[in-house]
Design a protein around this ligand. Structure first.
Ligand SMILES: Nc1ncnc2c1ncn2[C@@H]1O[C@H](COP(=O)(O)OP(=O)(O)OP(=O)(O)O)[C@@H](O)[C@H]1O
Ligand SMILES: [Mg+2]
Length: 165
């Protein structure tokens, strides 16, 4: 399986996919979120944080102005939004390596702005608007660890769907 495609019919479903993925992540995982405004990236992140750093889940909002929000938990989550990024300098100034290659989980909105600073071992998660409340979420693993997580998420989602039908 090279990629996993999920369809979400509501914001709640997108958040539930985020929770399902959150439960499979390891410290150091990197999530590269991409796709249009209002695609559901922050909504998905809220699900991830609800599992990885539950005491901070209520704080999740687009860090558009701050560039990064840190959610404290057993494993910290570093939540970036690079919508306004114009070059790599801001990211380098931020000391990105400490976060991207540290022992927390990094979640990056607008990761398409990163180019060569994007870590090789990552899960890429693309959000496509397919209707008012409909989103197509495509997940691709690059690197051995990320690919295993993607496959396990596919199994997990399939079993969640089975219990619903
Ligand atoms: N299936 C769905 N999945 C996610 N969000 C949905 C869905 N259906 C409707 N929505 C709505 O779409 C919006 C998604 O907003 P969100 O902030 O998560 O997007 P985003 O990708 O982070 O946008 P931005 O690029 O501006 O940061 C919310 O208002 C949410 O309620
Ligand atoms: Mg957002």
């Amino acid at each position: 399986m090279e990629q996993l495609q999920l369809t979400a019919g509501s914001a709640g479903e997108t958040e539930a996919y985020g929770r399902a993925l959150g439960s499979l992540l390891n410290p150091g995982c990197f999530l590269a979120l991409r796709g249009e405004l209002g695609g559901g990236k922050t909504c998905f992140t809220r699900g991830v944080v609800a599992v990885v750093a539950p005491e901070s889940a209520h704080l999740v909002a687009s860090p558009t102005y701050a560039i990064m929000n840190c959610y404290e938990g057993k494993v910290p989550v570093y939540h970036f939004d690079f919508y306004r990024l114009t070059g790599d300098d801001d990211v380098i100034e931020l000391g990105f390596e400490e976060y991207f290659y540290g022992s927390g989980v990094s979640v990056v909105e607008w990761s398409e702005r990163l180019h060569e600073l994007l870590p090789e071992d990552r899960l890429t998660i693309s959000f496509k608007y397919t209707g008012d409340d409909q989103r197509l979420i495509t997940i691709t693993g690059s690197g051995a660890g990320s690919t295993v997580i993607m496959v396990r998420l596919g199994e997990k989602v399939a079993s969640i769907k089975k219990t619903l039908t």
